[in-house]
Design a binder for this molecule. Structure first.
Ligand code: ZN
Length: 326
């Protein structure tokens, strides 16, 4: 359904790209490094204009964006749905009443499949496709017991409480000491003997969905890197703390999701946050390239700018990449 609808979807996103994405074998591609040269050289060196124009006409100039996204990059992704870590948060409202929220893992493998399809719709204009299906070289979508079989229930509860107590700016190194401990090392080749995310050249990207990742936080990622964590529950209202609640999975709940600002839920949604965190894995930082709906900084997070596309593809080509043709 999504493949067939990609052209119209991209049109609705108002993203201009001139060729459809084909599933072609992955090879090194030329990034069009001469594409910016003619204009800058002729403006700086007017006296050499005619000579330079003649010279530049001999160079292999191609439209930058078109040449960059001609070839889809397939990136292997394993999605870990972390179960068994119950996270309990008590919140006192302005009326003095205390509300208790018990957070578990409501996302199923089926729901995660739909979420990743929407992540791929967001990334399609960059010619980047996250592959989870093992038969296509992906890492699968796994329901995974927090801490694996080797962790005691007591230790799991201690770590869950640490996550619930996490505030923005906390000095505890959650990405080193807490989140990897709550993953199952049997399913993650990046977790070393010291229990941390540490392998330099992992075979795939790893996305962890936890019930919750901390107060007013929705996701964290290694920049650049191969792992990201996202919370299914969030207590972040648009700009202030609130009560934790499960977030919408997709940008639109309609049968055919429409990725546009009017359909973006106020509470944010998992697909956009995941697409954003994977952007960090591909080295992107919080800039908006002049777009109010920029994936990395916008009020709603959906679109990538041309510089971000170029930068993300450059990082993606360093690997890991799906090797097999399909
Ligand atoms: Zn971010």
């Amino acid at each position: 359904m999504w493949r067939a609808g990609r052209e119209s979807l991209a049109h609705r996103l108002l993203v201009r790209y001139s060729s459809p994405h084909k599933f072609t074998p992955i090879k090194g591609i030329h990034l069009g490094r001469f594409a910016g040269s003619p204009a800058s050289r002729t403006s700086i060196m007017n006296t050499l204009r005619i000579t330079l124009l003649a010279l530049c006409s001999l160079l292999p100039i191609t439209p930058l964006q078109s040449s960059e996204v001609d070839q889809t990059l397939h990136l292997p992704l394993r999605v870990h749905l972390i179960t068994g870590a119950e996270m309990v948060r008590e919140t006192t409202g302005p009326d003095g009443k205390t509300e208790q929220t018990v957070m578990n893992m409501p996302v199923t493998v089926e729901a995660a499949t739909a979420i990743i399809e929407q992540v791929n719709a967001i990334w399609a204009p960059a010619g980047i496709n996250w592959v989870t299906r093992p038969e296509e070289g992906g890492g699968g979508i796994l329901m995974e017991k927090a801490g694996g079989d080797g962790m005691s229930a007591e230790r799991r509860d201690t770590l869950a409480r640490k996550v619930v107590g996490r505030m923005r700016g906390s000095k505890i190194r959650y990405m080193d000491l807490v989140f990897p401990a709550l993953a199952d090392p049997a399913n993650n080749e990046t977790i070393g003997n010291d229990g941390r995310f540490n392998r330099q050249t992992p075979e795939m990207y790893h996305l962890y969905l936890f019930p919750y990742v901390g107060q007013t936080l929705q996701g964290t990622a290694k920049l650049p890197g191969c792992f990201a964590v996202v919370g299914v529950f969030s207590d972040k209202k648009p700009n202030q703390p609130g009560y934790p609640k499960p977030r919408p999975h997709l940008v639109s709940g309609k049968a055919e999701p429409v990725l546009s600002i009017p359909n973006f839920p106020a509470a944010g949604c998992l697909s956009a946050t995941i697409a954003h965190e994977l952007g960090h894995n591909l080295s992107l930082v919080h800039v908006d390239e002049g777009m109010e709906d920029n994936l990395m900084k916008g009020r709603v997070k959906l679109r990538l700018g041309p510089n971000q596309i170029k930068q993300a593809r450059t990082q993606a080509m360093k690997g890991p990449l799906v090797k097999a043709n399909h």
